[in-house]
Write a protein that binds this ligand. Structure first.
Ligand SMILES: C[S@@+](CC[C@H](N)C(=O)[O-])C[C@H]1O[C@@H](n2cnc3c(N)ncnc32)[C@H](O)[C@@H]1O
Length: 316
């Protein structure tokens, strides 16, 4: 087991032993139980009101007094339905997979659903308070046994700096839900994937992931510039590689797009009932019609040069 990984089931204990300085920074938050979501006690911050109203979509167990959220997590956790769908989708595509890496794991929305299905999940985040929330939330879902956490900043050199433990891992799939820059991401018509994504543009991000796994999934804004996605795909993987894009809706609202690379994710065969039904309900979007609907923020997509992208519509 890599020394830099903390097992979620004894995250605080290990942190206090191995990183006392970091633990002492977290101590006030632990002591005052600041981030515990208390049922029947709505958030005071007006900007978070709508997230509070929809809290059960984030974590179905949120009213059980065991879920932890920082203010940032209220608008960045992946809704549970979407996270569960993705986890089952990966399982169907990669039935033998053992280890999923969740880069930018936040409050554990995705990690928890991965840990329900896969024996080993590695969550990485550069915010210690978020890792703490992930550890607590995975305990609430009783999956902390399958989850290991790494505190650190994902960068162009992350793999190089972490070579010692990463070289021992076989990562079957990398999932990433990078920060989109806050709720204002929709304000700018087309979302620029090279300049607005944090901590680096889509091309660089894919280059870092390619070193570690041949199966990659990134959750991106619904108004992402598909031409940039197409160009990044060609630059990083070559002209013959395709990117699969699933438009993810929840209760009729487009939540974002799941972008995938890797043969097993692109072309999969299954006997499994559930996945067959996912497949059958995934309609290829006719980009000339569906995306030209002005009610969708993706309507202003340039339609040229995205031939290496397959678009699907998932109704959740
Ligand atoms: C959109 S949230 C992820 C939400 C997560 N999928 C969930 O369901 O809870 C993005 C996360 O990326 C983390 N982050 C931002 N920059 C980072 C970096 N350079 N390295 C690692 N994590 C980073 C933030 O702390 C935040 O928790």
């Amino acid at each position: 087991m890599g020394k830099k990984l903390f097992h979620a089931s004894h995250f605080l204990k290990s942190l206090s032993r191995r990183s006392p300085k970091r633990y002492s920074k977290l101590k006030p938050v632990i002591k005052s139980d600041t981030y515990r979501v208390k049922p029947g006690k709505p958030l005071e911050d007006q900007r978070l009101k709508k997230y509070w109203k929809n809290r059960k979509h984030l974590f179905s167990k949120i009213d059980g007094n065991q879920i932890y959220m920082t203010p940032e997590l209220w608008f960045s956790v992946t809704p549970e339905d979407i996270a569960r769908f993705l986890s089952q989708f990966i399982k169907a595509c990669l039935p033998q997979a053992r280890c999923i890496m969740d880069v930018f794991c936040g409050g554990g929305g995705n990690s928890i659903q991965f840990a329900k299905v896969f024996p080993r999940v590695i969550g990485i985040d550069n915010n210690l308070e978020h890792l703490y929330c992930t550890a607590m939330n995975s305990h609430a879902y009783n999956v902390d046994d399958h989850l290991w956490l790494r505190y650190g900043s994902w960068s162009r050199t992350f793999a190089k700096r972490n070579k010692s433990w990463l070289s021992k891992e076989t990562i079957d799939c990398i999932f990433a839900s990078p920060p989109w820059g806050g709720p204002q991401y929709l304000k700018s018509g087309l979302y620029d994937l090279e300049t607005m994504l944090i901590p680096m543009g889509i091309t660089s991000l894919l280059e870092t992931f390619k070193q570690l796994s041949s199966n990659i999934i990134i959750f991106l804004p619904r108004n992402s510039n598909l031409s940039q996605l197409s160009q990044a795909t060609s630059r990083v993987f070559g002209p013959d590689v395709k990117c699969k894009v699933l438009y993810v809706k929840q209760n009729g609202f487009m939540k974002g797009i799941l972008c995938m690379w890797g043969d097993s994710l692109m072309y999969y065969q299954t006997e499994d009932e559930e996945t067959r039904s996912i497949q059958e309900n995934s309609n290829v979007i006719n980009i000339d019609t569906d995306l030209s609907d002005s009610s969708e923020p993706n309507s202003k997509q340039p339609q040229s040069s995205i031939s290496n992208i397959d678009l699907y519509d998932i109704n959740g």
